[in-house]
Design a protein around this ligand. Structure first.
Ligand SMILES: C[S@@+](CC[C@H](N)C(=O)[O-])C[C@H]1O[C@@H](n2cnc3c(N)ncnc32)[C@H](O)[C@@H]1O
Length: 253
């Protein structure tokens, strides 16, 4: 695999893609979606703000639940998203942490990433450590620059001893909203994107739902995108090969 930082469109995230903004606007105007679940809020200014803007006039949406494991990002996201009263920021991990770490350590596509020359990965030299750090909520600690590291430590929001992350939030939220029309947006750590897709796919196999994957040309979702294109139970609403996203509808089998 090749490093994502070298891709010339890396900085063009899906939230700036007018094609996707228009497709989400059309979806929202149908007024059928009741719950949105998103993994990977980051600081809230990307996909979550895009979803908030698309659905702010929806008469069906009850809540947009977005999950973030890095405490600094979560704290900033809560502030950045406060204009959207229907957004619920969840501090925690989409998955069970031990299962997720085990998955990263054993994933054939990570262990033999050189077999996939067309696919992007965040760190080609030490992908396992990179993704384990991200899963443990230390995305903001990764920097080679000592001054940057020091500033990040000093400026990090202090965490009350009782503030603990919740784990396994993706399946818990899917089960909580069972029976309602959902849009599921998967955009967390590259190393566990496919694990999140597989869990969603299994829990929702007998349901109709919408799904949005970011980074379909990346380790995160190249396999999920392949399933969406080829298995027959998904129909693609819109997709961008260049910016690497797909919005699709799953019909119960
Ligand atoms: C690619 S960024 C998300 C970008 C964001 N959706 C946007 O458009 O700006 C991934 C984020 O997911 C968080 N993250 C990584 N693994 C996670 C997990 N398993 N559960 C929840 N958050 C996770 C990281 O800390 C990081 O902030």
């Amino acid at each position: 695999m090749k490093e994502y930082g070298d891709y010339k469109y890396t900085s063009v995230s899906m939230n700036k893609d007018m094609d996707l903004i228009n497709s989400l606007g059309e979806l929202a105007s149908k007024n059928t979606i009741e719950y949105i679940i998103e993994t990977g809020t980051h600081r809230g200014l990307g996909s979550t703000t895009m979803l908030g803007n698309a659905f702010k006039n929806s008469s069906s949406l009850k809540s947009l639940n977005t999950i973030e494991i890095d405490y600094t990002n979560y704290t900033l996201a809560k502030k950045n998203l406060s204009q959207f009263i229907f957004v619920n920021c969840c501090y925690g991990c989409s998955l069970d942490l031990n299962d997720a770490i085990e998955y990263v350590k054993q994933d054939e596509a990570i262990l033999h990433h050189e077999k996939y020359p067309e696919v992007f990965i965040d760190n080609a030299k030490d992908p396992i450590n990179f993704y384990v750090n991200e899963l443990e909520g230390r995305l903001n600690d990764s920097s080679n620059n000592i001054i940057k590291q020091f500033l990040k430590k000093v400026l990090r929001p202090s965490r009350n001893a009782n503030t603990k992350p919740t784990y396994n939030l993706l399946p818990s939220l899917i089960k909580k909203f069972e029976g309602h029309e959902m849009l599921i947006v998967l955009d967390s750590a590259g190393g566990v994107g496919h694990m999140e897709f597989q869990i969603t796919d299994e829990l929702m196999k007998n349901k109709n739902y919408y799904i949005l994957l970011d980074d379909t040309h990346h380790l995160k979702h190249f396999r999920g995108y392949d399933i969406i294109k080829n298995r027959g139970d998904f129909s693609i609403i819109n997709a961008s090969e260049k910016n690497g996203w797909v919005l699709a509808y799953h019909k119960a089998v």
